[in-house]
Design a protein around this ligand. Sequence first.
Ligand SMILES: [Zn+2]
Length: 140
Amino acid sequence: MVGTLRRCSPRSAGARSRRGARIVTWPIEDLRSYYVALHEFGHAATWTLETKLSAGVAARAVAARVLLGEARASAWALDTALVRPDSRTELAILEALTWYIEAHGGNVGAGGVELVAAEHVGEYSRIWARCPQSWTWDRD
Ligand SMILES: [Zn+2]
């Protein structure tokens, strides 16, 4: 079974802390699962207080942190990978970010940018722009 970027769990991936992080991912069997693994490493590599999930934080702030964390992890994977993603993998990245946007009530057409904290809009928008924007897919 191939892993998915959707609904990845930064906590189970060990991204809560840069020290002693434990990365849990599916076996690397193809390009997509390679990117899934890199994405999980990306959570640990790009972890900051801005992407840390903590109790007692308002839903709006959680959405901002989750979306920024997911975008940063995917960007890190794209920047770090030794091979370019194929179309299936690009679509998986887009689908994953879309899932997070929808899960937090964001506007997919706008890339969910309204969910992101003002100081991160530029960074987030540049990452979102790296996703193929013209694709659609069948949803379950
Ligand atoms: Zn993730």
